[in-house]
Write a protein that binds this ligand. Sequence first.
Ligand code: CP
Ligand code: NVA
Length: 320
Amino acid sequence: MKPAPALQKHFLQIKDLRAEEYAYLFERTRIIKTRFKNYEKYQPLADRTLAMIFEKASTRTRVSFEAGMYQMGGSVVHLTTGDTHLGRSEPIEDTARVISRMVDLVMIRTFEQAKIERFAAASRVPVINGLTNEYHPCQVLADIFTFIEHRGARGGNADPLACLQGKVVAWVGDGNNMANSWLQAAEILGFKVHVSTPGGYEVDPAVAGVKDRSCYAVFDHPLQACAGAHLVTTDVWTSMGYEAENEERRKAFVDWCVDEEMMAAARPDALFMHCLPAHRGEEVTAEVIDGPQSVVWDEAENRMHVQKALMEYLLLGRIG
Ligand code: CP
Ligand code: NVA
């Protein structure tokens, strides 16, 4: 019999963890990434199993969780709607009860947030949100770690959260799952998001789940949102599940393409991030995403490192 999880904690949205837990996770990420880069074996999750349920497509989320779990000594079961009874209307709670008796951890990518919450409520093991219509917390975890790596103080005793204080993140584009997760992170970690979306695609603070309206400001024009920003970030115009709106969105978002003029309005040392997949010539120009301020490849790689720290935390609690 395996020991019970150190914490019965889920990671369904950014606000599920506190600032001091993020500080711990970013420090663990730094250590785990350094070990990986030095080819040091680190397998604290031997005999642990992660089930991954995908109801939407994925490249990064699948590879980062799967590779990360194997590297930590565990194993992975990969499920999709089409090859499980989830696609044949078995109740989500029944699925959760069964799967969580056999594995130690579950990652789900699905549509409505309510679905993952129902799964988590019936689960015996921690559940991680691998993207829903409303939130993408693992991506924002990786993005913030990437910002800290590039802009934080170096050295073992440095507070990883210090470099975030008072910073401005410009969000240009859809008021979507990524935008909502950025807003939650701003509220908890002490930075501000300058949001510019086309009319009709605004962030909704109730859906975003933020109480403190001072964690973000809304701008009509994307150039205004980018002015003085430390980080400029965007995402696809049409998220998965909204493909029927594609043509309408292409027209509405035409002025929300992050280009060199927007980057020039930001601080000279501003970073550019995109969770990927990207569409060059739509939400970002090739000059920006492939340019010197872009850190999108670090951002993608860091998905694996932050999620290894997250899985370690959810399964083993604090180390040391
Ligand atoms: N950024 C991200 O979640 O990518 P995938 O859709 O490829 O998993
Ligand atoms: N907002 C995008 C993110 C993809 C990783 C989507 O939900 O499709």
